[in-house]
Design a protein around this ligand. Structure first.
Ligand code: HEC
Length: 128
């Protein structure tokens, strides 16, 4: 009788190759790091669709609600403008000397998120 062991080994090999292939297929950047998905810095980002979602995700667990950190609220256009206009928003996000680095206690935001905020400022800081 012919041994079944080589066949079993061959099957095992094919199966593991399949897993490796499937594994690589799903290792897509956008799936592993979902925030890259919505981060193509448009030339004219919108406050409502681009800026506020970033602030809500990265800042407003501290700077939103009824007792915001340091009294700084970043959840409306009017409030955000104050810190854009005095330079502290971009100063703290870019970790410039003289500003508290933000988001506090975590790494810098991705360059893409920073670019979105900067492009929104450059294109007129509109409440759009
Ligand atoms: C974990 C809480 C927390 C998060 C998250 C956070 N902040 Fe802050 N932020 C603070 C505190 C507390 C201060 C007061 C200064 C200090 O303690 O460093 C502050 C201060 C600031 C200041 C004033 C800085 C200065 O030097 O004048 C700005 C502007 C600011 N935050 C913006 C942001 C932005 C924008 C984000 C998101 C990218 C963010 N913060 C995320 C807690 C936070």
């Amino acid at each position: 009788m012919k041994s079944k062991i080589p066949t079993l080994m061959a099957n095992g090999l094919i199966l593991s190759m399949l897993f490796v292939l499937l594994g690589c297929y799903y290792d897509k950047e956008e799936i592993l790091y979902p925030e890259l998905n919505n981060c193509t810095p448009a030339a004219n980002p919108l406050f409502s669709a681009d800026v506020l979602p970033i602030l809500n995700r990265k800042c407003n667990n501290c700077h939103g609600g009824s007792s915001p950190s340091a009294g700084i609220k970043l959840d409306t256009h009017t409030e955000v403008l104050k810190y854009v206009n005095n330079g502290s928003l971009m100063g703290s996000i870019n970790h410039l000397a003289g500003f508290s680095p933000m988001p506090k206690n975590t790494g810098k935001m991705s360059q893409c998120e920073i670019d979105k905020l900067q492009n929104w400022i450059n294109s007129g800081k509109l409440n759009n």
